[in-house]
Ligand binder design. Sequence first.
Ligand SMILES: *[C@@H]1O[C@H](CO)[C@@H](O)[C@H](O)[C@H]1NC(C)=O
Ligand SMILES: *[C@@H]1O[C@H](CO)[C@@H](O)[C@H](O)[C@H]1NC(C)=O
Ligand SMILES: *[C@@H]1O[C@H](CO)[C@@H](O)[C@H](O)[C@H]1NC(C)=O
Length: 389
Amino acid sequence: MNMASLHHLLLLLLLLFCGTASAARRNHHSTSLPRPPLRFKPTNNVGQFKILQVADMHFADGASTKCLDVLPDQLPTCSDLNTSAFLRRAILAEKPHLIVFTGDNIFGLDSSDSGRSLNAAFAPAIEAKLPWAVVLGNHDQEGTLSREGVMRHVVGMEGTLSEMNPTVVDVRDEMDGFGNYNLELGGVEGSVFENKTLMNLYFLDSGDYSTVDSVSGYGWIKPSQQYWFQITSRQLQKAFKSKPQPQKESAPGLAFFHIPLPEYASFDSSNFTGVEQEAGISSASVNSGFFSAMLEAGDVKAVFTGHDHLNDFCGKLTGINLCYGGGFGYHAYGKAGWARRARVVLATLEKTEKGEWGAVKSIRTWKRLDDEHLTTIDQQVLWIKKSTS
Ligand SMILES: *[C@@H]1O[C@H](CO)[C@@H](O)[C@H](O)[C@H]1NC(C)=O
Ligand SMILES: *[C@@H]1O[C@H](CO)[C@@H](O)[C@H](O)[C@H]1NC(C)=O
Ligand SMILES: *[C@@H]1O[C@H](CO)[C@@H](O)[C@H](O)[C@H]1NC(C)=O
């Protein structure tokens, strides 16, 4: 075959592929319920938005998948179903507006059918009719589905706001990973801020393992993803500072991904809240620079990862909080007698001089333990708006 006809063949294949992909996308959107925008809501006269972070569920086959690292007397009655029970209890106790699953949602190696494991793992969020968002960890793809397959399955599920990847022309063809997307949280309906995005959530695929032969260890956030983050953050900040209701500072942002950044190693117990119980931080062995990218962008106030189940701390480095969710799932390594846990993030709005709901005033966090009383621990303020409008 000569080069010209090879070129034509490739082009034809590409067109066929794109056609199928966009048809799948259209179908997906037409069969799912319309998705109302996420908004701050007044609850007990506080304008707020609450996120439940669930890290490392490690869900596999359900009742037949036993728990790891629980007390000997807990072992006989403990399975994946305890992970689901904890999720249901945490939802009831906190009534979040969004659940974010930060990777290793399923433990592919022990799952006999990845699609079935995903359906079971996220079922409590769907039952509760809450919106939910997912990023991938390093174990999600170790079963019957690839990374792309897992994310494709997830975006087709009910109630999820997860997306495959951005469709921005500049980046869509070069994007590394699956499940890089952002969500905007709008102002209170009926308020002067109803058409304004008051907080931004960035979701990134931090990969699984290094794809570079000379480097071992875990994956990292690549330049293509950082470029997408950079242009997205820039656009969102520009919009926030423009009409209607132009603001002086940027809307705060939160970032969610699985593998902690090397900068998580910047703390000790004197300057973080929570615990570090693992021998170090299991980040990639190279620093791909995403922390600097967030510093330069300026809007991200906190990062939430999982991956290290026995670390659950949150510490602030040059204005950005680096937080762990803490291990949630029972078929995940843990520590017997040390409760599985979830992180909660609450953003609250200020009131303007005229008594209207305004922009975000503060962002706080705490954790919930899966003990008898779902004990709340480690409350901390992550960010407070400098000036009032
Ligand atoms: C797991 O769930 C079973 C059934 O509800 C319960 O009896 C058991 O105490 C739970 N185990 C743990 C570790 O929470
Ligand atoms: C928000 O946008 C809608 C639709 O364009 C418009 O009807 C409404 O008046 C806007 N609200 C404010 C506070 O500007
Ligand atoms: C935390 O404290 C240790 C000393 O105990 C110090 O080396 C480290 O730089 C501090 N980290 C931050 C982010 O302030």
